[in-house]
Design a protein around this ligand. Structure first.
Ligand code: AMP
Length: 498
């Protein structure tokens, strides 16, 4: 079975039900969407795109981008989404590495392309989605015959890469099906659901967790080009959506807005609010609950693995945790030497499941490094994330990326733990704790703080000292206007000043 097959099943259930609704009021049924994707597939085939070929996509949230993904699935081609924020270096790197048959882009990106220089494409032919749509209207070719197998590649997703060059994570159709079907069950998706999606569909969160899962549910997606807090509140308050997926920065803005303007109770009819891609501060969870009555469902996943853990749909959602493994996912927490740790101990998260990717594109060394093999010969993916499992609730608390762990005089300082304490202090809006070299201790924690006005630093330090062991206390507070974040709201710690 492949992704296209899964969408055919959804179409059969309710062909005329809405699948996609755009901001301009236009709507596509499941039937219309898949029929249009067939025509795009035929037009792509005429341009030489076949099974196994990479198809790079550099276009925003719009119907043509959705159709391109579906057409790739139909053809057995491998979609390679490119982040819209990419500039010369990233564009040239990903295109050279993925070697796509062609690059599909849109008019909006042309000025950027002129700015970076077309030579960054390295000779990859450029086709605009507008041109493909026109060609699809004229193409008389029958739908292409190719059919991807479950083990064939569906997506080549370049990691957001906070260090070094981003790597292509190879996701097979089976990987996508595992994540999608796991979520259909875990979050009780129904055909009548409507997902308000403002996350970019060039990333797994918007694309797989949002778009593909909603379409596979026979539900509909209200696709928006970008997140605007006012527009989101208006749409949710008007009862237009049953689900909203966001990243923590979006929820911070929603809480700010609802605190200022009130009216959060109008969001009550929404069935589910989910959050992931970066840590959701317990204060944001509490603020959102106070404003709307909703407990945000925080979950955790990665480009390489799809969705891994989540708070319960039906049970209690615990702030500061990412919940328990989703259906089909196995989890282990290990120490530096790969030894299995008991509940309560801090270590690296290893995962297994049909959702886990096939490896890094053309990088067998990096792939081999990323998996650990246990005594029984089972392969476990090393997430690089640190966490702890609570014995009583079974919930996992994430403590940050392994390489961001701060070693102060031999003691482990988990940035996330310190950040949560700082975030709880009134007037602290956002915070990032990083390690900085220190002559005596090797490394020490430094806190970068976005404050809502002047902070009483002595009181802030006293607050930290009351909550945390001395060795975890930041040695300095540095005040900044904003934290550098990527498109998914993840703090880019390597971009903070040294
Ligand atoms: P990406 O591959 O861009 O989806 O990034 C995956 C990484 O985001 C994970 O390895 C985690 O470090 C981080 N991440 C995802 N979800 C969460 C979450 N709920 N809380 C904290 N970190 C998260």
């Amino acid at each position: 079975m492949n992704l296209w097959d899964l969408l055919l099943v959804a179409r059969r259930r309710a062909p005329e039900a809405p699948a996609l609704q755009l901001a301009d009021g236009s709507a596509w049924s499941h039937d219309a969407l898949l029929a249009a994707a067939e025509r795009r597939a035929a037009a792509l085939r005429e341009r030489g795109v076949g099974a196994g070929d990479r198809l790079a996509l550099w276009a925003g949230n719009r119907v043509e981008t959705v159709l391109a993904y579906l057409a790739a699935a139909r053809l057995g081609a491998v979609a390679v989404p490119l982040n819209l924020a990419y500039r010369r270096q990233e564009l040239a790197h990903v295109l050279a590495d993925a070697a796509p048959r062609l690059l599909l882009s849109e008019r909006e990106q042309l000025p950027v392309l002129e700015e970076v220089g077309r030579d960054a494409l390295g000779g990859v032919p450029l086709v605009l989605v507008e041109e493909l749509a026109a060609a699809a209207r004229e193409t008389a070719a029958p739908p292409p015959p190719a059919r991807a197998a479950g083990d064939d590649l569906a997506l080549l997703l370049y990691t957001s890469g906070t260090t070094g060059r981003s790597k292509g994570a190879m996701l097979t159709h089976n990987n996508l099906l595992a994540t999608v079907t796991g979520l259909l069950a875990a979050w009780a998706w129904e055909p009548g659901d409507r997902l308000l999606l403002t996350l970019p569909i060039f990333h797994t969160h918007g694309l797989v967790v949002g778009l593909f899962t909603a379409l596979a549910a026979g539900a509909s997606v209200r696709l928006r080009r970008r997140f605007e807090a006012e527009a989101v509140v208006a749409e949710l308050a008007a009862g237009e959506a049953t689900l909203f997926f966001g990243v923590p920065t979006m929820y911070v803005r929603l809480v700010d807005l609802l605190r200022r303007d009130g009216g959060g109770e109008r969001l009550r009819p929404v069935r589910l609010f989910c959050c992931g891609s970066a840590p959701l501060a317990p204060e944001t969870f509490a603020g959102f609950r106070a404003a709307t009555g909703h407990a945000i469902l925080e979950r955790y996943g990665m480009t390489e693995t799809g969705m891994l853990l989540g708070n319960p749909y039906a049970g209690e959602r615990l702030p500061g945790t990412v919940g328990t493994p989703l259906p089909g996912v196995s989890l282990r927490i290990v120490d530096r030497d790969g030894r299995h740790l008991p509940a309560g101990a801090e270590g690296e998260l290893l995962v297994r499941g049909s959702n886990v990717f096939a490896g890094y594109w053309r990088d067998t060394a990096k792939t081999a490094e990323s998996f650990a093999v246990d005594d029984g010969g089972q392969r476990w993916f090393r997430t690089g994330d640190l966490g702890r499992l609570d014995g009583a609730s079974g919930h996992v608390t994430l403590l940050g990326r392994g390489r961001e762990l701060i070693l102060r005089g031999g003691f482990n300082v988990y940035p996330r733990e310190v950040e949560e304490v700082l975030e709880a202090f009134p007037g602290v809006r956002e915070v990032a704790v990083v390690g900085r070299p220190h002559a005596e201790w090797g490394e020490v924690p430094v806190a970068f703080v976005v404050a809502e006005g002047a902070l009483d630093e002595a009181a802030l330090l006293a607050h930290c000292a009351a909550e945390l062991a001395r060795f975890k206390l930041p040695v300095a507070f540095r005040y900044v206007e904003t934290l550098p974040r990527n498109a998914l709201g993840k703090v880019q710690k390597h971009l903070l000043p040294s």
